[in-house]
Design a protein around this ligand. Sequence first.
Ligand code: F0G
Length: 426
Amino acid sequence: MTNVSTASASHQQCASCGRQYPDTDASPRCASCGGLLDVVHAPPAARGAELRTLFAGRRREGSSGVWRYREMVLPNAGTHIVSHPEGNTPLLARDRVSSYAGVPGLLLKHEGHNPTGSFKDRGMTVGVTQARRIGARAVACASTGNTSASLAAYAAQAGIPALVFVPAGQVALGKLAQSLAYGARTLLVKGDFDACLSLVQQASERLGIYLLNSINPFRVEGQKTIVLEALEQLDWDAPDWLVLPAGNLGNTAAFGKALRQAHELGLIARVPRLAAIQADGAAPFASSFRDGFATRPKVKAETVATAIKIGDPASFDRAVEAIRYTSGVVTSVSDAEILDAKAVVDASGVGCEPASAASVVGVRRLVKEGVIRSSDRVVAVLTGHVLKDPGALLRYHQELDPPPQFANPPVEIEPTIEAVERVLIA
Ligand code: F0G
């Protein structure tokens, strides 16, 4: 095993064979066995209450919701940081959503409040900072839409050319619009997300472009801060459950890593359980969970929640570790359930994109199954903004055959007061 000098605060380590690499190595995978890499930081000087105080001080100063945890994210970032800033997203309580889910103590961590409207900004500020640290000439990702929107924005800020691979005809309108607007070279690939991911890895290898999918371990470091920030908002009094939608499984992996480190550093006294929620038509992780993770199925993904329309998740093994470490669960929900839950979240005035609503309806399902108790304290993560997918939203409210449960269809009228009255009286 190669041992890297400990002069640097961080290094990379292969999750499969343990081989170590400098933190400035640009390869997305282990050169020896092809495994995924993990970023390992020297333990911070402070722990427990002292570390909590350090973080709280930066929060009062209005620091980025990612970089105020820099000891746990990328201590060596120095002057390279590319920050919008991001994070500092709200933790919301809404009666309507709580009663729909069946948990009065439900809180919604709304990551749609990030600068490009999804949690991806937390990973991307770190990924693009790392790209700048290593002098990357160009950056690339495959995406179901949010990663590409975020990459495009942060690369534009850093002045680094960005190349994105998205499945043609399968990306929500708001997301595709963002990638074009922020100036990324956008390739509409005639294939699914899994094909895009394979293609971008080949392109990155052949053309020397820095890969910024969530297999990039620096992205994971940034996404850990969703959990750190939610815990801090709860005064480090951990909830019983953290619930999130799951697709490529980078976020599930990041949540597990964050919880492990928060516990080891004495930030929290006990570890909440994770619940990862997939869509029925894109649920290889949920079916693997049912057989105790003995198998690793691949599926041809199909779901209205295009963000999580993924059949062969890249961070599978890391996510298994996260579920095992937290005594977590994995389940899946139908498209109809996702859309109804989204309509409830939207009508509460909060709003989210379809994939995000999987976490809310996942809570509802797990309460019905007796896995989550209605007295539990639960944080469900809303991963993306309501305006990301206006297409799915308008189809739901305008569907007539039959109208969905929570539809709020618009009414076209003649420009007369009588027509207005007729609508209001009807
Ligand atoms: N929710 C939203 C809104 C997403 O965009 C994604 C992933 C997820 C949940 C699932 O997170 O993949 O880490 O399990 N979107 C990726 C993308 C795949 O390309 O934007 P995951």
